[in-house]
Design a protein around this ligand. Structure first.
Ligand code: NAD
Ligand code: DAU
Length: 333
C-alpha cells in the first residue's frame, strides 16, 4: 500500500470523501491538490489531522505545481475534473482544460517520476444504452461518448492507456456509475431535489423522467477505488457499480416518499440536450478479482442517510443553492 498519496480534486464531492476514507482505512499520509472551483468543499477537509493531511491549492494542468508535488508521492488518485454535464453544455472550455490538459500534465509527471497512478473515470464514456436493452457496460464496451463532458473524460482515458502502453507508466483506470452521498454539490440530481424539497419546492425532472442511471453510494465507490489501488493489476480497467439502476422519476418519487411528501409532487421541465438514455454497469470483474461488495443495501438505504445529512448540513449547501437554481431557471429547468 502506498504511504504518500496525492488525491487530485480532493476538495470535490468524491475527493473529500476519499480523503477521509484513506485517512480512516489506511496509514497513508494524504495530500489533496485542488483548484477550489465553485464545486469544491474545502470545509469538508476541516479538522483532518495536520500530521497526515494537507491541502495544496493549484491547477492540475499547471506543470509547475504538479511536477514537484507528484515527485513527493508514491501514488496519485486522479479525480480533478469538471464534472457536471449541464455546465459543459453552456461552456465546454474548462472541461477540455482540466479533463484533458490536466490529465496530460499529470501523466507527464507520473512518467517522469515513475509514480503509481489511479485514474477515476465515468460510465458515460461508453455513451448510452437503450432503455429495453438487456446489456450492461463491461470493460470491453466500445467508447461512444455523446456529451462534451463525457468526450473529455473519454479522451483522458485514452491518454492514460496510451501512456501505459507507450511509456510503461504504472496506471489503473476505474469507471464508475452515478454517485450520491454527503458533500455533493446541489447542482446534481439527488442533492438538488432533496434541498428543493427542504425549501418546500417541487422537484424538477428533465423530459419524461424515464432516463435511467445506475446509483452507487460514494462510500462504496471509494472502497472500490482503494481496493484497486491496493490490489488492482497495473494496466487494467475496473468497472464500479452497485446494481442500482433506477429511472429518474423513480429516484425522485423515492426521495419525496422518504421526505414525507406526495410522490407525484414533480414538475417535468425542459430536457437536457442530447440527454443520454441509460447507463448500467456490470461490475463482475471487480467483485471476482478484488472481492469488493457494496456496503449499502440498495439505493433507499443510502438515500435515507443522504437526506439526513442534507437536513443536518444546511449551512454548507445554502450558499450555493440560490445561484444554482438561478442558472437552472435561465435554461427552463
Ligand atoms: P466535483 O465536481 O464534485 O469535484 C471536482 C473537484 O475537482 C473540485 O473540487 C474542483 O475544485 C476540482 N478541480 C476542477 N478543476 C480543477 C483543476 N483544473 N485543477 C485542480 N482541481 C480542479 O466532481 P466529483 O463528482 O467529485 O467527481 C470526481 C471525479 O469522479 C471526476 O473525475 C468525475 O469525472 C468522476 N466521476 C464522478 C461520478 C459522479 O457521479 N459524481 C461518477 C463517476 C466518475
Ligand atoms: O454516470 C456518472 C456521471 O454521473 C458522472 O460522470 C458525472 O460527473 C455526474 O454528474 C453524473 O452525471 P449525470 O449527468 O448522470 O448526473 P446528474 O446528477 O446531472 O443527472 C442525473 C440524471 O438526472 C440525468 O438523467 C439528468 C437528470 N436530472 C438532473 C438534474 C440536476 C433531472 O431530471 N433533473 C435535475 O434537476
Amino acid at each position: 500500500m502506498p504511504q504518500r498519496i496525492l488525491v487530485t480534486g480532493g476538495a470535490g464531492f468524491i475527493g473529500c470523501n476519499l480523503v477521509r476514507h484513506l485517512l480512516e482505512r489506511t496509514d497513508a499520509s494524504v495530500t489533496a491538490l485542488d483548484k477550489l472551483t465553485y464545486a469544491a468543499s474545502p470545509a469538508a477537509l476541516d479538522g483532518l489531522p495536520a500530521d497526515r493531511f494537507r491541502l495544496v491549492v493549484g491547477d492540475v494542468a499547471d506543470a509547475g505545481v504538479v511536477d514537484p508535488l507528484v515527485a513527493e508521492h508514491d501514488a496519485v488518485v486522479h479525480l480533478a475534473a469538471e464534472s457536471h454535464n449541464d455546465n459543459a453544455l453552456v461552456d465546454p472550455a474548462p472541461f477540455v482544460h482540466t479533463n484533458l490538459i490536466g490529465t496530460f500534465t499529470l501523466l507527464e509527471a507520473v512518467r517522469r517520476y515513475d509514480v503509481r497512478l489511479h485514474h477515476v473515470s465515468t460510465d458515460e464514456v461508453y455513451g448510452d444504452l437503450a432503455l429495453e436493452d438487456p446489456q450492461r457496460f463491461t470493460e470491453d464496451a466500445p467508447y461512444r461518448p455523446s456529451s462534451p463532458y463525457s468526450a473529455s473524460k473519454a479522451g483522458a482515458d485514452h491518454l492514460v492507456r496510451a501512456w501505459v502502453r507507450s511509456f510503461g507508466i504504472r496506471a489503473t483506470v476505474s469507471v464508475c456509475s452515478n454517485n450520491y452521498g454527503p458533500w455533493q454539490h446541489v447542482e446534481k440530481l439527488v442533492p438538488r431535489q432533496v434541498t428543493t424539497i427542504l425549501d418546500g419546492g417541487r422537484p424538477r425532472v428533465y423530459g419524461t423522467g424515464s432516463h435511467v442511471r445506475d446509483w452507487i453510494h460514494v462510500e462504496d465507490h471509494n472502497a472500490a477505488v482503494l481496493a484497486v489501488l491496493e490490489r488492482g493489476t497495473v494496466g487494467e480497467t475496473y468497472l464500479i457499480g452497485a446494481d442500482g439502476e433506477r429511472s429518474n422519476l423513480d429516484v425522485v418519487r423515492t426521495i419525496l416518499r422518504l421526505m414525507g411528501r406526495p410522490e407525484d409532487d414533480i414538475d417535468l421541465v425542459a430536457d437536457r440536450p442530447g440527454h443520454d438514455l441509460r447507463y448500467a454497469i456490470d461490475a463482475s470483474r471487480l467483485r471476482a478479482d478484488l472481492g469488493w461488495r457494496p456496503s449499502y443495501d440498495g439505493l433507499e438505504a443510502g438515500l435515507r442517510t443522504t437526506i439526513a445529512w442534507y437536513e443536518a448540513n444546511e449551512a454548507w449547501w445554502r450558499p450555493a443553492k440560490a445561484a444554482t437554481e438561478a442558472a437552472y431557471a435561465a435554461r427552463g429547468q
